[in-house]
Design a protein around this ligand. Sequence first.
Ligand code: AP5
Length: 214
Amino acid sequence: MNIILLGPPGAGKGTQARMLVEKHGMVQLSTGDMLRAAKDSGSEMGKQVADIMARGDLVTDEIVIGLIAEQLDNGADESGAIYDGFPRTLGQADALGELLSSRGSKLDAVVEMRVDDEAVVRRISGRFTCGGCGEVYHDDTKRPAKPDACDNCGANDFKRRADDNAESVRTRLMAYYKETSPLIGYYHAKGLLKSVDGMGDISDVQAEITSALS
Ligand code: AP5
């Protein structure tokens, strides 16, 4: 099964993608994670995208489509993929359709997670992640059982993202409404869109997604 999780920054796409991976053994393809890894590695491409990401603007289609194509060439989606944060423009959506069909594959569903702007800001401002395994936490809604150890891998290496500040969140929201929200109509027209209420707690949203996909 190939699924896209579509929603504004901080909607909970990464959180739900990780839960789907655990439940169904699929692979999570997050262009945000791939770009942050490139940045941390100090590669040329990583240097090129660092300022764009810190501002909250979108990286070029060419770069992110290249990252996804590389993953598919390496067979990353053999047991199904969850696209998290990709596609984000109509150009990326067309490219994904072409990449999949050239491999005899297709998209099965696009899950739109509906979350209002105030919740987005609350969620992003309390977010921290484990540097060891990427598990996502929140100051109010999802704290690790022990304050100095990740529930998942035990590491004591929590990080906050450079782009999780008020100015960048505003830019990211603008980019979402301008460039990404047209994908809702695009996938609706293809009969692939499932919309879920992303405002509930993490397990409620998980149940909504499970039901939308069944
Ligand atoms: P990316 O990393 O994709 O960021 P994003 O889309 O802004 O999404 P986030 O990771 O911020 O949020 P999320 O929806 O995954 O929420 P999460 O689960 O963490 O992209 C970063 C940047 O990279 C972009 O700005 C751009 O520059 C570039 N980029 C990436 N992909 C690109 C592309 N395709 N094209 C061009 N540029 C690209 O949850 C957030 C918080 O809320 C957490 O603390 C979590 O614990 C909490 N939470 C989750 N669910 C709930 C819930 N139901 N109730 C309460 N709290 C919750």
